[in-house]
Design a protein around this ligand. Structure first.
Ligand SMILES: Nc1ncnc2c1ncn2[C@@H]1O[C@H](COP(=O)(O)OP(=O)(O)O)[C@@H](O)[C@H]1O
Ligand code: SF4
Ligand SMILES: [Mg+2]
Length: 329
């Protein structure tokens, strides 16, 4: 499709699990990402949600071209990211940026804010009008005082540090920003401010976002479409309304029923997810969610449900043999 900027096809990433110190041998594989496909359209936000350990950051690194997938492909516009020459990869790096969860560990504490935000120019060349001017402009764009260019990261609050990370990501005027849990480490009130900033920047600069979170509530307002991940796979995907108002996969339903509501006494039929997420080294046979699913039947252990729309039960893709709107939430 012409308006797709990023296209991800059947991507897997299996890390070898090794044992031994002198003679390391492989005793298994961590199936961190296990067959993920999606498209990102120009100017939209795709929310990518799942519990910790389900493969979100691994996928983010693959999208950035920073880690090679075990199989599958990533295309930026119509180019295969993993078939690019070095100069082409450099050019791609200008157009796609990453904003990470913890701004403190991703910002060098010994560099001034001006140097941090201006760092991409050292690699890719100075902008028109000069580096200093552009850095001040960038600080202003993200709501920071340009007179603070000579301060160090520790002199800023958590929310301000995330703004510094965003300013740096914007420096080279990218088209796509992969946001890997950019607000997860922030207080709720600060989260909203940073989310609003990201939404404003998207409108102003026509950015496309893949917005990663472990909580469905966080991405609701910024997402046009949402993909829910469980143990390395997308289990349900649809537009914002389909996922939040008509979820058909039991996992999505459970995640949504755990979203805090203003008056908890008004909540009915909360679904409690029991047990831990199984190990990605040895995922359950058939449907990976079956060890925690209240709807599981025999077929769930033997046949893996495909991620597809199911006429009459799910208008959007849902990887469940018994997909359908819940009567429990
Ligand atoms: N370099 C690596 N080597 C081995 N296992 C890894 C590596 N990176 C991530 N993993 C494993 O892959 C799984 C997915 O991790 P990650 O992508 O960080 O998930 P998330 O971001 O959703 O929390 C986890 O089980 C993690 O321990
Ligand atoms: S396929 Fe079975 S185990 Fe998996 S989500 Fe659906 S009902 Fe639950
Ligand atoms: Mg992560």
């Amino acid at each position: 499709m012409a308006d797709e900027i990023l296209s991800v096809r059947d991507v897997t990433k299996h890390f070898p699990l090794t044992q031994g110190v002198l003679f390391r041998h492989e005793i298994g594989q961590v199936k961190a990402v296990d067959g993920v496909s999606f498209e990102l359209r120009k100017g939209e936000t795709l929310g990518l949600v799942g519990e910790s350990g389900c493969g979100k950051s691994t996928l983010a690194r693959i999208l950035m071209g920073a880690e090679r997938p075990t199989s599958g492909s990533v295309r930026f516009e119509d180019r295969d990211v993993f078939a690019l020459s070095r100069p082409e990869l450099r050019a791609l790096r200008r157009r796609m940026q990453l904003v990470m969860q913890d701004p403190y560990t991703s910002l060098n504490p010994r560099m001034t804010v001006g140097d941090i935000v201006g760092e991409p120019f050292a690699v890719h060349g100075d902008p028109e009008g000069g580096r200093r001017k552009r850095v001040r402009e960038l600080l202003e764009i993200v709501g920071l005082d340009p007179d603070h260019v000579n301060r160090y990261p520790h002199q800023f609050s958590g929310g301000q540090r995330q703004r510094i990370g965003i300013a740096r990501a914007l420096a080279l005027r990218p088209d796509v920003i992969i946001c890997d849990e950019p607000v997860s480490a922030l207080d709720v009130s600060v989260q909203a401010q940073v989310m609003n900033l990201l939404a404003d920047l998207q409108r102003e600069f026509g950015l496309s976002y893949v917005f990663i979170a472990h909580d469905l509530a966080v991405v609701r307002h910024i997402s046009d479409r949402v993909a829910v991940m469980y143990l390395g796979k997308i289990v349900e995907t649809g537009d914002e309304e389909q996922i939040y108002d008509h979820p058909t996969h039991p996992y999505t339903q459970a995640l949504l029923s755990a979203v805090p509501v203003p008056d908890p006494t008004k909540r009915t039929g909360q679904i409690v997810l029991e047990g831990d997420v199984p190990s990605p080294t040895n995922p359950p046979s058939g449907c990976r969610f079956r060890t925690r699913c209240w709807k599981a039947e025999e077929i769930c252990a033997t046949e893996e449900p495909a991620l597809e729309a199911r006429p009459g039960r799910s208008a959007h893709p849902s990887a469940c043999h018994f997909a359908g709107e819940s009567d429990r939430s």
